[in-house]
Write a protein that binds this ligand. Structure first.
Ligand code: SF4
Ligand code: SF3
Length: 554
């Protein structure tokens, strides 16, 4: 195996990367190899699909499969080699169907169909051992001695951004929202990677293009979430338990949560959110379910402690899952792209086994005497509704600066930077947050400013579109460029959705982003220099010094 896609990657060697037998996230070598082969297979699908789409005969079902398949390879999503072996076979079937479709479309257009090479012509070995052996020819660092680490790093940047884009687009897809721009863009980018590109300048330009593609994906997801469940509204969410049977839902998939709420209706089971599911409470059509009782626990890296203590079953709907402890292994379930060997997987939103487990388990014996809460729901609609108030407060000098501190949380050292930044922000500043990084400081009382809470929770990392809309609206109100706003962005990253978001921010021309706690291992020093030169990208450093620098501008 070789994997350096996330912030947790092994940095003990001469160059970053988890090289086996088990990565720092718990992904073992066969699973990593099978993920690489699945990626190879979906590149093959995309080679034919892009050509069919160009001929006016797109295969949206094949494209939706590509979204799902790449999502399964995102960090902390799926660790089950059996699932990957099956997905590879499925992918080859989809590839063949897409090839036939392309050939028919070409003939119908009076063209001689091309026979494509590379991933499009790949045949998986029938024997499982031989299949894993094929991975050595398709790893992300393939061709390194020939093309060098910069080109390999740029190809990796493409692939990882695509994983993030596919995750966002899949979340939109399960809510019935598809976009030809996004599906076609993913196909084009994967077909481009299948050709093993070698021009660094072209790769960098196209990476910025992927940032624009991601903007389309997160806009689509925003429309899917708010169109299905209504715009987020400020909502106080109980963080203390109530007596009764209990289910815990983690991850990002609102559709899974909705299905579970419907299936547990009237059964005396309370549903609690965990991790990135917290913002679900802010959507009117989700919070209308009276048994959506509250939020439990903290960020994903604390799940072994939180899940062990929870007195009911747990459902993982997306990242981030880590190895289930024996204490809860028999009562954790996975759905959608998620998987762990030996953990029960529930397909097609059929949660009956989990509901049976909820009835059989004790639940909370009593309601906490002291009720505690956190407030969520400051999506774009809620913030833009008070835009005049905010603009007035800035003009009056009541609000001096905005900090957007968000993204991923994780177990690696250095993430206290984000806590220190948020808690150290002066009282005349507003802290906007999103993603699971918020758990570093969201229980803290930030007080109010100009009649508004000083801490505004915009939602999941899936709600980055809200942050962009808010920043754009502020820039419009002050008739200035986003970079001239009294706004500092501190992005915490772990997995590949953050890679896609970073490219989107760069594509929008946003400068001086503080990225941390460490830079991606796949970016060489030369690439980092280039990003610093072109986009003013900064490494998250000393929080006090970074706060002082940010405030100098205001
Ligand atoms: Fe290592 Fe991250 Fe890859 Fe896991 S996902 S193997 S921690 S780089
Ligand atoms: Fe978190 Fe895994 Fe990325 Fe959605 S749950 S932000 S890390």
């Amino acid at each position: 195996m070789f994997c350096y896609q996330c912030e947790q990657t092994d940095r003990t060697g001469a160059t970053p990367g988890c090289a086996g037998p088990i990565g720092n996230c718990g992904k073992d070598s066969p699973t990593s190899d099978l993920q690489d082969l699945l990626i190879h297979a979906v590149k093959g699908i995309s080679q034919y699909a892009a050509k069919a789409r160009a001929l006016g005969d797109p295969d949206d079902e094949a494209a939706a499969f590509v979204l799902y398949a790449l999502f399964t390879t995102l960090t902390n999503v799926n660790f089950n080699p059996t699932r990957f072996a099956a997905l590879i076979q499925l992918a080859v079937g989809v590839r063949n169907r897409t090839r036939d479709r392309y050939e028919r479309a070409a003939r119908a257009a009076g063209q001689q169909p091309e026979t494509l090479t590379g991933p499009a012509a790949w045949a998986p070995a029938a024997d499982p051992g031989a299949l894993v052996g094929q991975a050595s020819g398709v790893r992300v660092d393939i061709g390194l001695p020939l093309v060098g680490p910069e080109v390999v790093g740029l190809r990796s940047l493409h692939l990882y951004a695509l994983k993030g884009i596919c995750a966002y687009a899949h979340h939109a897809d399960v809510l019935g929202r598809r976009s030809a721009e996004v599906l076609g863009g993913v196909e084009d980018a994967l077909a481009y990677l299948a050709g093993e590109p070698t021009d660094p300048a072209e790769l960098l330009e196209r990476a910025v293009g992927l940032g624009r593609l991601n903007l389309a994906a997160i806009e689509l997801l925003d429309a899917a979430n708010t169109g299905t469940y209504g715009p987020q509204r400020p909502t106080a969410v109980r963080t203390t338990p109530v007596a009764g049977k209990a289910v815990l839902v983690s991850g990002h998939d609102l559709r899974d949560l909705e299905a579970l709420l419907v299936q547990t209706r009237g059964q005396g089971i309370n549903v609690y959110t965990h991790g990135e599911m917290l913002p679900a409470h802010a959507y009117p059509l989700l919070k209308a379910h009276p048994h959506l009782a509250g939020n439990y626990g903290g960020a994903w890296q604390d799940q072994q402690r939180d899940f062990a203590a929870f007195p009911g079953p747990v459902l993982m709907t997306s990242n981030c899952v880590i190895e289930p402890h024996a204490a809860y292994r028999r009562r954790i379930f996975t759905a959608g792209p998620v998987g762990w060997p030996g953990v029960r997987h529930l397909a097609d939103h059929d949660f009956r086994p989990l509901i049976q487990a909820a009835h059989a388990l004790p639940g909370f014996p009593e309601t906490a005497a002291e009720e505690e809460a956190v407030t969520v729901g400051f999506g774009r609609d809620a913030v833009l509704a008070v835009a005049d108030q905010v603009v007035h407060a800035v003009r009056q000098g009541d609000i001096r600066h905005f900090f957007l501190i968000g993204g991923c949380d994780g177990p690696t050292p250095g993430r206290d930077y984000y806590t220190d930044l948020a808690l150290g922000a002066p009282r005349d500043s507003v802290v906007l947050t999103l993603g699971c990084a918020k758990y570093r400081f969201n229980r803290h009382d930030f007080g109010e400013i100009a009649g508004l809470p000083r801490l505004l929770d915009l939602g999941q990392c899936n709600d980055t579109y809200s942050a962009i809309r808010i920043a754009t609206a502020l820039a419009d109100a002050f008739e200035c460029d986003i970079n001239d706003l009294p706004l500092t962005l501190a992005l915490s990253w772990t997995e590949q959705k953050a890679v896609a978001v970073l490219l989107t921010l760069l594509a929008l021309g946003i400068r001086d982003i503080h990225l941390g706690p460490s830079l991606p291992g796949f970016l060489t020093p030369a690439l980092v220099d280039e990003l610093v030169k072109r986009f003013g990208l900064r490494v998250a450093g000393d929080p006090a010094a970074d706060l002082a620098t940010a405030l100098e501008r205001t």
